[in-house]
Design a binder for this molecule. Structure first.
Ligand SMILES: *Cc1c(COP(=O)(O)O)cnc(C)c1O
Length: 396
C-alpha cells in the first residue's frame, strides 16, 4: 500500500510535523486515548451511535448546495458544503460528539476544554449536557469579556467557565491552564477542538470531521455524476474543518486542495495569523508544527477579525501537506473577508461566519475554468459575528 497523507508514523508524525510533546505524567493518557480510539471507534456499536447522533442531534447530512448566482458570477460550478446548518452553527460539533462518545467509553466523567471565542466551548458544553457529564471550560479573561453571549450559552448548558488570568489572557493562556488542569487531574478527559495538540488528537479530530468529505463525495456523485470535485476550499484556524473537507481527497491528486488563512491587516503588517507563511517550526500545544514566534521562541500574538482563525499555529497535518505542496495556502485579509461575507449574503441569502468568509474570498484569488466543480466548505453561520457586521456595515 502506498503511503497516505493522513498516515502518521509510530510517534504521530506527519512527515516532519506532529508527535506528542507532553510531560511524562501525561504519557499514559495519550497512550490510553490512542488505544481506546483504535479499539472502539471502528466498532459497529460506536459507528451506529455516532451516526444516529450526527443525524438526529447535529442534523446531518448537511446539504451540498449549488450556489447558482455565485457560480454565474465566478463562471464556474460552485457548491457550498453547509456546515453552517449543524446544530450550534458550525462544524465543531461533529468532533465533540465523537469525542464525548469516546470519553464515555473510557469511563470518564469530567471533561475539560479550552476555548478562544467560545465556539468550541459551546460545542463541548453541548455534548456534556447531552451525556450528563461534568464540563469545565478554560477561557482567557479578555475573551470572557469580549464573548459574553457564548459564556452565557456555556453556563446555560451547565458548564463551569474558568478564567485564565495569566499572559495576554487569551486562547494560549487558556490552553496552558487546561493542560495544567489535566496534569493535576489525569483522570479527566481533555477534549481538544481542532486538529492540534499532541498525537493522537490531530488524527482523532480529522477522523471525526471526515464526515464532511464523506458526505460531499456521495452528494457530488448524485449531483454531477462524479464523486470528486476539481477544487476544495476551506479556511484554516487550527484546521479541523479543512481536514474534514479535504480528508477523502488527500490522496486523489486530481483534486486541488486550498487552505485559506487569515492575513489580518496584511501578511506583513505585524497583525496577521497567516501561520503557513509567517510560522517557523516549534512546539505548540504539545506538537511540533509551524507557529508564529519571535527569535526567543515566544509565541507572537496573532490577529484576525475572525476569532476562529486567530490562532498562532496550524495543525501538523496542514504544516506537512502545505510544506510538501499537496495543499496550497492562500491568505485573506480582514477587509477581503468582510467583502465576501456581504457578497454571499446578498447573492445567495446566506450570512456566513467570518471564518467561512475567508474561504469564499479565495475564489477571487484563483484562476477558474467554466467546467470547474468547486466545493467551498461553509464552516459556520454568521450569527456569532453580528456585532462585527453591525460595526463594519453601518451604511447599507
Ligand atoms: C472554530 C471555527 C473555525 C476554525 O477552526 P478549524 O479547526 O480551523 O476549523 C472555522 N470556522 C468556524 C465557523 C469556526 O467556528
Amino acid at each position: 500500500m502506498t503511503k497516505s497523507y493522513l498516515d502518521t508514523d509510530a510517534l504521530g508524525f506527519y512527515g516532519e510535523f506532529g508527535g506528542a510533546y507532553v510531560p511524562e505524567l501525561l504519557r499514559p493518557n495519550v497512550e490510553a486515548l490512542e488505544a481506546a480510539f483504535n479499539s472502539y471507534c471502528f466498532t459497529e456499536a460506536f459507528e451506529t451511535e455516532y451516526a444516529n447522533l450526527l443525524r438526529d442531534f447535529v442534523g446531518r447530512p448537511t446539504p451540498l448546495y449549488y450556489a447558482e448566482r455565485l457560480s454565474k458570477k465566478y463562471n464556474a460550478h460552485i457548491y457550498l458544503k453547509r456546515e453552517d446548518l449543524c446544530h450550534t452553527g458550525a462544524h465543531k460539533v461533529n468532533n465533540t460528539v465523537g469525542q464525548i462518545l469516546l470519553a464515555k467509553h473510557m469511563g470518564k466523567t469530567d471533561i475539560i476544554a479550552e476555548t478562544g471565542a467560545g465556539q468550541h466551548g459551546v460545542a463541548t458544553a453541548t455534548v456534556c449536557a447531552l451525556m450528563g457529564l461534568n464540563c469545565i471550560v478554560y477561557m482567557g479573561e479578555k475573551d470572557i469579556e469580549r464573548q459574553a453571549p457564548n459564556v452565557q450559552r456555556m453556563k446555560m448548558l451547565g458548564a463551569e467557565v474558568r478564567a485564565a488570568t495569566s499572559g495576554s489572557k487569551t486562547l494560549k493562556d487558556a490552553t496552558n491552564e487546561a493542560i495544567r488542569h489535566w496534569i493535576n487531574h489525569p483522570d479527566s478527559y481533555y477534549l481538544i477542538g481542532s486538529v492540534v495538540g499532541p498525537h493522537p488528537y490531530p488524527k482523532i479530530v480529522a477522523y471525526f470531521q471526515s464526515v464532511i468529505s464523506k458526505e460531499t463525495e456521495q452528494q457530488l456523485k448524485e449531483k454531477t455524476g462524479k464523486s470528486y470535485p476539481d477544487k476544495v476550499i476551506a479556511c484554516v484556524g487550527g484546521g479541523s474543518n479543512a481536514a474534514g473537507a479535504f480528508y477523502q481527497f488527500y490522496d486523489n491528486k486530481q483534486v486541488e486542495l486550498v487552505a485559506v488563512e487569515a492575513a489580518g491587516f496584511g501578511v506583513n503588517s505585524g497583525k496577521s495569523a497567516a501561520t503557513s507563511i509567517l510560522g517557523t517550526p516549534g512546539v505548540l500545544h504539545g506538537s511540533l508544527t509551524l507557529l508564529m514566534q519571535d527569535e526567543d521562541g515566544q509565541v507572537t500574538e496573532p490577529h484576525s477579525i475572525s476569532a476562529g482563525l486567530d490562532y498562532p499555529g496550524i495543525g501538523p497535518l496542514h504544516a506537512h501537506t502545505i510544506a510538501t505542496g499537496r495543499v496550497k495556502a492562500i491568505a485573506i485579509t480582514d477587509e477581503e473577508a468582510l467583502e465576501a461575507a456581504l457578497e454571499l449574503s446578498k447573492t445567495e441569502g446566506i450570512i456566513p461566519a467570518l471564518e467561512s468568509a475567508h474561504a469564499l474570498s479565495a475564489l477571487d484569488k484563483m484562476t477558474l475554468k467554466p467546467d470547474d466543480v468547486i466545493v467551498v466548505n461553509l464552516s459556520g453561520r454568521g450569527d456569532k459575528d453580528m456585532n462585527t457586521y453591525m460595526q463594519k456595515f453601518q451604511n447599507l
